[in-house]
Design a protein around this ligand. Sequence first.
Ligand code: HEC
Ligand code: HEC
Ligand code: HEC
Ligand code: HEC
Length: 193
Amino acid sequence: MRSPRIWMVSLPVLLLVLAASMATAQDHAYVGTKNCKKCHLKEWKSWAETKMALSFDNLKPGERAEAKTAAGLDPNKDYTTDPECVRCHVTGYGKEGGFVDIETTPDLVGTGCEMCHGAGGTYTQPEHMSLKNKEYKRSEVVAAGMVEKVSEVQCAVCHNTDSPFVGDDYVFDFEARKDEGTHEKYPLKYNHD
Ligand code: HEC
Ligand code: HEC
Ligand code: HEC
Ligand code: HEC
């Protein structure tokens, strides 16, 4: 039988750990790309045409058949429900508010805004980044989960050698690829210092 003394010590610790992890999960819940589109139409339009926005389609049967065959995959197989593929072709897979499946979360297919800028559940709240608070302080939205400066850290989640299409010698050149692959950049209008 388990000793009750272990529970006296470990239960409060366990509850603390649970509470802490639940708070983080909620703070960083994914909200989907449509939410960002409301206020960032120009970036959205440009993003929507990128290969990354459309990358979920690559998992459908018949898509990129030649590349799949060359990589030793079955070109006629439906990979859209295979977790081993989906995790890098959607937004927030397995995370709070993130992609579940195409019926439940159609707004989270492809590399959405939040894969690079951070899950928006908190920083898009009215007191942070909003039309009422256009001059938000950057340090505040960063504290609320926005990525301060997009870097190779965000890309490396997917651009790594786990992809069946790249060899062990795969090198991701962030400086070269951040402009050609993401979206058009427009100067900010307001001061956030
Ligand atoms: C209710 C409106 C609104 C929504 C929704 C919104 N934003 Fe913003 N966002 C703004 C405003 C206003 C600015 C400041 C624009 C400026 O200075 O020109 C901004 C700025 C930004 C910036 C620049 C950050 C900086 O200060 O360097 C990024 C990145 C950004 N938003 C990403 C997102 C993403 C991703 C989402 C969705 C998860 C989102 N936004 C949702 C209003 C919004
Ligand atoms: C570790 C993340 C990751 C995993 C896992 C992954 N992919 Fe990808 N996939 C990528 C990235 C990143 C690219 C683009 C590589 C580049 O352009 O540098 C890509 C590219 C592709 C392409 C385009 C290839 C081409 O040459 O046109 C297809 C098709 C594809 N993936 C399907 C799949 C399938 C099917 C699976 C599962 C068997 C899978 N991916 C698993 C990240 C991943
Ligand atoms: C693959 C990564 C990536 C994705 C996906 C992405 N962005 Fe960006 N975004 C960037 C980079 C890189 C910058 C340049 C600023 C920086 O370095 O942080 C940027 C800058 C911005 C800015 C600042 C103003 C500007 O135009 O430069 C806004 C606003 C923004 N993104 C909104 C969005 C929205 C909305 C989406 C989704 C529709 C999105 N981004 C998707 C990488 C990305
Ligand atoms: C959620 C996973 C994911 C993240 C995060 C991600 N990518 Fe990608 N990226 C992909 C996939 C998948 C493809 C392949 C799309 C295709 O070939 O259709 C791709 C393709 C690209 C391409 C090729 C686009 C083209 O038109 O040929 C560039 C460039 C790129 N990514 C840059 C970046 C940069 C820069 C970052 C980080 C700021 C980043 N990616 C983050 C998954 C991701």
